[in-house]
Each structure stands twice: as C-alpha cells, then as structure tokens.
Design a protein around this ligand. Structure first.
Ligand SMILES: Nc1ncnc2c1ncn2[C@@H]1O[C@H](COP(=O)(O)OP(=O)(O)O)[C@@H](O)[C@H]1O
Ligand SMILES: [Mg+2]
Length: 222
C-alpha cells in the first residue's frame, strides 16, 4: 500500500493511509499478544494492580465494542452489578485484555441481528479452590458474556483455550484471528487466581463465564 501511495498519491493517499494505520494497529496488537504470551511462559509477566472501582474501567473497555457491535448490527446489552460498583485491587491493563478478548470473539463469531449480553455480578466464593485471604465481602466478580453466535461444536470445546487453536471451517476463518486470544486469557487468569468456563451450542450461541477473586488490600504478586 505504501508503494501504491507513492506511485499514485492522488488515488491512494486517503484510503491507503487508513489501511496502513488499521493494519499497523493489528500488527501492534499481535506483537503485544506474542510478547505477553512469551512473558507468561517465562513467568515474567507480573500484575501491576491498583485499588479502585473496576466498573468505571470496564465501562471504558466496553465502549469500543458497543460501537463495533452496532456496525455489525449486533445488539449489545450490558448489565452492571446491582450496587453499581466493583471495588477491588486489579491490574487495569490485564483485566481489559481478558474482557476485550472474550467480547471481541462474541462479536466476531456472531451474525447480523445477533445479540451479545455482558453481565457483571458479585457473588460468594464458588470455585473449587479454597478462597484466598483478603477478599472483599462480595468475594467473586462474575463476568458473563453470552452471545447468539455460531456456537462451538462439543468436540472442539475442550481445545479452544489451546494455543493457535481455531475451530475449523470457513465460517470461523472468515474472521481475523490467530488463536492466541483465549490462551492468553487463561494465562492471565492464572496470574489473577481466576477461572474461565465455557458452554456452547452450535447455531445457538456461546456463554463464557469469568470468575475473578475480589481482592482487597492484597499483595497479588505472591
Ligand atoms: N464466542 C465464540 N463463538 C464461537 N466460537 C468461538 C467463540 N469464542 C471463541 N471461539 C472459537 O475459539 C477459537 C479460539 O479463540 P481465540 O483464541 O480468541 O482465537 P481467535 O479469535 O484468534 O480465532 C476461535 O477461533 C473460535 O473458533
Ligand atoms: Mg479471539
């Protein structure tokens, strides 16, 4: 594209620079994902937590996905926790990456007139492991991302968190991606002592459930 702009700026300058920008952003995104993955594997990825209302932060993370959904004629519904706040210690950047990755999938593997529902709730500890110390009263943040997209065949479901795994077929391949997203999500959740579960039905849709301990005053980097 850069060559084309050079050769015929009057024809390509506007459209071409836009394309270059968009593709550069994708490339940067991919680089970051690969970097995160490499750091995770080396045990060099650390949490850098702040204390505050994660709801405000999450609402900012969601905004571009509202717009993306609208462009694709997908209905986006968001329901915040009843008391409208999520006080916790959290790593803003990594929390954003988790939600973004799952949300982008729920839009990417959806269809026009489809729906994405994101709900945030606080609830009591329900994980298999005993609760770690320094939890807030709510104990768990439960993020549920439900879509009415193409769904995932039962046989493939156990593999979607594997590195580079993508469910086969041209329908999924028509979307961009590399199969890194969910591997990274899972890795980040290990750092945060959280979990992710999925259930799906082909043709009906998919539900991801992310559970995160509501740490308060904790030293997460244990
Ligand atoms: N909400 C969803 N609906 C249908 N399939 C999904 C959904 N989320 C993930 N998948 C499947 O899991 C695969 C792995 O997801 P991910 O690691 O994010 O890779 P990518 O998005 O780069 O393809 C996807 O390629 C897709 O086949
Ligand atoms: Mg993805």
């Amino acid at each position: 594209m850069a060559d084309q702009i050079e050769a015929k700026p009057e024809k390509w300058l506007a459209r071409g620079t836009q394309m270059i920008k968009r593709n550069s952003m994708h490339l940067l995104d991919l680089m970051e994902q690969i970097m995160d993955l490499t750091k995770l594997e080396a045990g060099a990825l650390k949490l850098s937590s702040v204390r505050g209302d994660a709801l405000e932060h999450l609402q900012e993370v969601i905004q571009p996905f509202r717009e993306l959904a609208e462009q694709k004629q997908i209905q986006f519904e968001f329901s915040p926790p009843k008391d409208n706040e999520i006080l916790m210690d959290y790593d803003p950047d990594k929390l954003a990456k988790i939600l973004s990755s799952v949300l982008s999938n729920s839009i990417k593997f959806n269809k026009p007139q489809g729906k994405v529902q994101l709900s945030l709730e606080k609830g009591p500890w329900s994980l298999d492991t005993p609760p770690p110390p320094h939890l807030s009263e709510g104990q768990l943040l439960i993020m549920t991302i439900k879509d009415t997209g193409i769904g995932i065949p039962e046989k493939q479901l156990p593999f979607i968190f594997d590195l580079f795994y993508q469910v086969d077929g041209s329908s999924t391949r028509s979307g961009e991606g590399t199969g890194i997203g969910l591997t990274l999500v899972k890795g980040l959740l290990v750092l945060m002592k959280g979990t992710i579960n999925v259930s799906s039905e082909v043709g009906k849709g998919t539900i991801f459930k992310v559970n995160l301990p509501l740490f308060q005053d904790s030293t997460l980097a244990m």
